[in-house]
Ligand binder design. Structure first.
Ligand code: BDR
Ligand code: CA
Length: 304
């Protein structure tokens, strides 16, 4: 069984990632931590709690974390996921979010478990992970792997021509995390642009006849009109079946400076990797989409 923490900003594709993890018996979710991203942190925390409750996983603690990115006065949210972050779909009331800051909880969990025993999935701006690394240098290297959805390498950004949303929303944090020396697996737009939802697949959730199935169908119908890509399910799916994906080692740096290219991810591949630019990540570049969609549908099909 793999022990995982999911740092996220639900967000509909984050919600799908949470449901995929909750419906996968080979994953033990130690905690869900949330951050300002798609929506403000108070909303993403409540949404994380609601989704875990919907999945029948009240025992999984949910913690709220950073309300703003590093170096910016305001969170950089978006409305792709609707005002409430879940496409206006009623997924029930939330139980209470736990006391305590997500960054502190990340540190406590990584220190209280054996080194390299926790898979840390991040599907949001990386502010909580960067704060944890600032408070406790070296803490991210205690994770078995960091599985990060973010960045755009040989692919254009989705917020500016240069930058993908999670890295655009907190470029300083993204650079700090990639430079932390952890065992990082990146899921940039290069791969998630191939993780395409189809209308028939979305409709198949309604046919499950379950509470989670109906919620998933409702959320995805709202989301697919604006962004038909299953970005955040990818790192969780990788934990379940690495053979779905193809990746390449690379050296990554993020433009953390304010300006038109803020949040841009620069990647050195193959022969470009040298002593000055040693590989610091494995970046996924391709996915078998039919198998990915089936994996997600089948896991969510096991939920109430
Ligand atoms: C990322 O941005 C968010 O809108 C999604 O949840 C995903 O994490 C894709 O760029
Ligand atoms: Ca997200």
């Amino acid at each position: 069984m793999k022990q995982i923490i999911i740092d996220c900003d639900p967000g509909i594709d984050d919600a799908l990632a949470l449901l995929l993890a909750a419906g996968s018996p080979s994953l033990r979710i130690l905690a869900v931590t949330t951050v300002a991203g798609n929506r403000p942190v108070a909303t993403t925390a409540v949404n994380g709690r609601k989704i875990m409750d919907l999945a029948g996983r009240r025992e999984v603690p949910v913690y709220a974390g950073a309300a703003r990115p590093l170096g910016y006065a305001e969170a950089r949210c978006n409305l792709v996921h609707g005002e409430d972050g879940l496409g206006g779909v009623d997924v029930g009331d939330a139980a209470l979010v736990q006391e305590g800051h997500a960054a502190n909880r990340l540190i406590e969990l990584l220190l209280s478990h054996p080194p390299h025993s926790i898979e840390l999935v991040a599907t949001a701006p990386l502010t909580n992970l960067a704060l944890a690394e600032s408070l406790s240098p070296g803490i991210l290297r205690r994770a078995r792997r960091l599985l990060v959805m973010g960045g755009a390498l040989r692919f254009p950004g989705n917020i500016t021509p240069a930058a993908e949303f999670n890295f655009y929303a907190d470029p300083v944090a993204a650079e700090m995390v990639l430079a932390a020396g952890a065992n990082t697996v990146l899921f940039p737009l290069d791969v998630t642009s191939s993780a395409i939802m189809t209308p028939a697949w979305i409709e198949s959730f309604n046919q499950l006849g379950s509470v989670c199935g109906r919620a998933a169908a409702g959320m995805l119908q709202a989301y697919a009109e604006l962004d038909p890509l299953l970005h955040d399910a990818c790192p969780v799916a990788y934990l379940l079946d690495e053979t779905l994906f193809t990746g390449e080692p690379c050296h990554l740096e993020v433009d953390w400076r304010p300006g038109v290219t803020a949040g841009h991810t620069l990647a050195w591949f193959g022969e470009q990797i040298d002593d000055a630019h040693a590989a610091n990540a494995l970046a996924m570049t391709a996915v078998r989409n039919d198998a990915l969609l089936e994996l997600v549908r089948s896991a969510i099909g096991s939920l109430p």
